[in-house]
Write a protein that binds this ligand. Sequence first.
Ligand code: CUA
Length: 336
Amino acid sequence: MFSSLMPDVASTQAAKTDTLFFALLGLSSAIILLVLVLVATFAIRYRRGSRANRGSLPPILSREFEIGWTATTLFVFLFLFWWAGSSQLSALAPPKDAIEIHVVAKQWMWKTQHSNGAREINELHAPLGVPVRLIMTSQDAIHSFFMPAFRIKKDVLPGRYTETWFEASKLGVFHLFCAEFCGTDHSRMLGRIVIMTPEDYARWLTAQPEGDDLAHEGAALFATRGCSGCHAPSSPVHAPNLAGLYGRTVQLADGRTVTADDAYIRDSILQPGRDVVAGYEAIMPSFASILSDGEIQSLVAYIRSLATGQAGRGPALAPGNAIEGRPSGESDGAKP
Ligand code: CUA
């Protein structure tokens, strides 16, 4: 009955969200029904002129009854809170083995980029049964990435990263909408999500025109935009070495600590004076007007790759001393 009113169920999250939705709908309907029946019963029983007993309450409505039903409803609602909360929290944290796809929104299109550098416009190909983490940012206004069949909607903001993730549970082509009014052609900011078997996805991915993957693109930018002049291990400038930085806790000059995630690295490129690392001078210029959003994404991907050694030839430092200064021994002075 409801299935024709609802969008497809095409992700693991969609199934969870729907179960919750129908449980809440069922519970609310039961309560409404109960209230309606009581209203009708009382209206008839105690209508004007009826001979119903209007005196003291029947003995069943004792104190125990009051306490009992109050406690029951309390526990029902605590249970609902826990259920909805845990379902939403799991929707926030992507599994560790999720593949990453970058999304850039702009007036009025969606640009996506896969781990090997393949790019798409207004399309997103993804494999079935594999968790996919979306790292999203906007080049202009606020947009919102909305995939109804996946029950996923997340705002995409300029100057900031937002993330979401999904695991597709159904093959096919699904809608992608922008769900935030973002200007004249907002209503035409549409796309398609194409879910393929993992084998087909791998084949599709390799058939895409060769693009540098993000991290390699970032490695090139790191040299051409002058980052390596200060941040390379061999540099005479006293700047934090970035190998092993990603994911670590960083001690700042003002005593705060932050985790070096995508957002921190992005902020450090755009507003270097904001979170100065303890032991360093605030000498880095802002790259806000120099780098595009796409370039910053590439640089962040490159710095992230230095943590795991996927790409580039960043010196393999023990994470513990990466930020303290230049490595003393091993560096061959090679620019990453
Ligand atoms: Cu983008 Cu509405």
